[in-house]
Design a protein around this ligand. Sequence first.
Ligand code: NIG
Ligand code: FE
Length: 413
Amino acid sequence: MRILIKNIKHLYQVEEGPSRKRVVEGADMATVPALENAYLVIENDRIHSFGKMNELSDNQYEEAIDASDSLVLPAWCDSHTHLVFAAPREQEFVDRIKGKSYEEIARNGGGILNSARKLNLMDEEELYEQSLQRLNQVIAQGTGAIEIKSGYGLNTGAELKMLRVIRRLKENTPVPVKASFLAAHAYPVEYKDNKASYLKLIIDEMLPRVAEEGLADYMDAFCEEGFFSVADTEQLLEAGWKYGLKPKIHANQLHYSGGVQVGVKHKAVSVDHLECVGEAEIEALKSGTTMPTLLPAAAFFLGIQYQPARKIIDAGLPVCLASDYNPGSCPSGNMNLLSTIACTQLKMTPAEAVNAITLNGAAAMELEQEYGTIAVGKKANLIITKPMSSLDYIPYDFGNNPVQQMIVNGKVY
Ligand code: NIG
Ligand code: FE
């Protein structure tokens, strides 16, 4: 099956030639390579060829899509979500408006523990159905590859239930899904005074089961004051590595927690959140290949300080942006709105934001060989936008969906 997309106003994030970039970093983030008045041919699930319209010679295709006045881009790659959850938490949103902090709510049994109580009560089928709806919703908003975490189970049965739901999402949706095992999201109430036993439960009981059933790609932990210390995180990451699970961790959201350093030390694929980043964190990031992943929609929704994106980019590092879709700190998986927040609050340019949610997002899930750019042979997961003049319009037109049509796995979605 061949599909031709023709008359594309701008085809963005093109990679010509045989070599493939792993990430876009530093000053290079300011540019998104593009072709004007272009075509793209999809064969089965992959990009077969692309170029300028006046070079189009091939007329062997079953279907043609006219993309006049539209842009075509690689679909967004969202490398950090918690979209498997049982219930929203709008009461906490109201409590925060009235002055309670996120940490205060968590200390009083709300937050992650609130989500865990609800998730424990919900059966797998219902959890799956709800999560599938959310996944379909974000695909319609441009997401074409996604990572999803456990972490609202906080006991063996419920963590496995979440990971099985994620596995079913993997099997039943056309977008690639990566799973992270995040039992170290919060200490359950019954372990409040016996934290070592919860770590032991994760390491000795949950991890072997997760590995045996092949339920996770990554090991995650919330390295933060009041949650998991650097020493706790270190133990967890070492244990994960023994089962071949690479780390992707929550770091430096609320404090200078040492999370970035411990992540880089243990060769994390990414360290995520990063509201608190100083010279020591920058130096650590420069010494490895761990992707700094910023979650500004969560900072927006919690009303906390934003991530210093400029400082990270100006240090020559790559930046990835992800949604953090979850019922507490960010009940939205909308990557378009995320790009607006990155531009207006983090002072990233639209081009930098697009690099951060395409190739760098793919790299933060180790999917950069298959997704994240327009390159011959890569998977055809694409956004065809509504009529617009350039990619600058996507974050500018905030709150609206730029997507006219999604192509997933080479098929119109
Ligand atoms: O990434 N920071 C830790 N975990 C999630 C929030 C989880 C929640 O509040 O339910 C986050 O923001
Ligand atoms: Fe998160």
